[in-house]
Design a protein around this ligand. Sequence first.
Ligand SMILES: NC(=O)c1ccc[n+]([C@@H]2O[C@H](COP(=O)([O-])OP(=O)(O)OC[C@H]3O[C@@H](n4cnc5c(N)ncnc54)[C@H](OP(=O)(O)O)[C@@H]3O)[C@@H](O)[C@H]2O)c1
Length: 344
Amino acid sequence: MKKGISKEKYNVAILGATGVVGREMIDILEKRQFPIGELRLFASEKSVGEEISFCGKSIKVRLASEKEFQGIDFIMGDTPTEISKKFIPMAVKQGAVAIDCSSAYRMDPKVPLVIPEVNASAMANHEGIIAGPNCSAIPIAVAAKPIDARYGIKRMVIATYQSASGAGKGGMDELADQTRSLFSQQEIIQKVFPHRLAFNVIPQIDSFLPNGMTKEEFKIMEELRKILDSPRLGLAVTAVRVPVFCGHSAAVAIETKEPIDPEEVKKLLQESPGIILKDNLQTKEYPLPAEVAGTDAVYVGRVRRDDSVPNGILLWVVADNLRKGASLNAVQIAEVLIQQHRLD
Ligand SMILES: NC(=O)c1ccc[n+]([C@@H]2O[C@H](COP(=O)([O-])OP(=O)(O)OC[C@H]3O[C@@H](n4cnc5c(N)ncnc54)[C@H](OP(=O)(O)O)[C@@H]3O)[C@@H](O)[C@H]2O)c1
């Protein structure tokens, strides 16, 4: 039986409402006038009772439990993986559809991994959980999809430049604290990142695998193959943390099966959903994380031919990792589900 078809308003729970993704999601739900009946906010014990404003009302943060999920239509998972794994099944059991931003379910073959502009149709037979991809995989997939559809992508070589907020509130605080400490000659405290991030770049995100790759690099590769439905896609990824508060960037080299032309690609990207082309060499216009933070699109610039392969193109891709890279993408998934009446 289809659930929610006749509904005008939906009860939404945010698991991890006090984190950087959760707070952005509350703002997005309000700004996009998502049809909310009741909004329930959940976080860890330390945040219980905190009040967060939504549409002029103050909502108290609660502790999650199976009982608390009764009557919820959508649960948005914005917590670390192990917390999503604990609570998401409880909410689904109570009848909610879960849209989870953590990596808990992304590679589960039964769970669609979705970016609405790229593969909304993957949600057709969802079983209650839909996963949102990694915050670097999302913008890269949005930019790559139209190129893949037109020219067929053979291989991508990617270097990411990922902001501190990709590591959550703790990551942002650590960059701010280290920057202040450096200027005031105080001791540099380092807990979240494996080295000092302030005025530095770190070629390690997450832990190392036996083959020398990081887990983050592996995730980006696996997820891009799943989203683009291209299990044998050639990929090489280096994921780098940079001292930027918000906005993930990526240098992407794409080798295609068919001959490719930069001017044609620019036109194609301009016409593609969710993308803004920012590419004017005369006026030094290209996407910058400082300008992209707080906005919704995936920005692409520096589009040029790669002469080192027969059919190659180089792109610079930037998006707000907290919005399109997580919360906005999840809200867009819910909006598509409502439009398509697939809340069953
Ligand atoms: N940051 C990004 O760019 C980004 C992008 C895509 C996906 N994601 C994923 O989204 C998730 C959230 O990331 P974030 O960056 O928002 O992290 P964050 O700022 O560290 O926030 C984590 C949230 O989880 C809550 N939480 C922690 N332990 C909990 C528990 N035992 N029970 C209930 N809630 C608990 C925290 O509550 P307290 O405040 O009470 O501790 C907080 O609300 C992660 O899985 C991350 O991988 C993040």
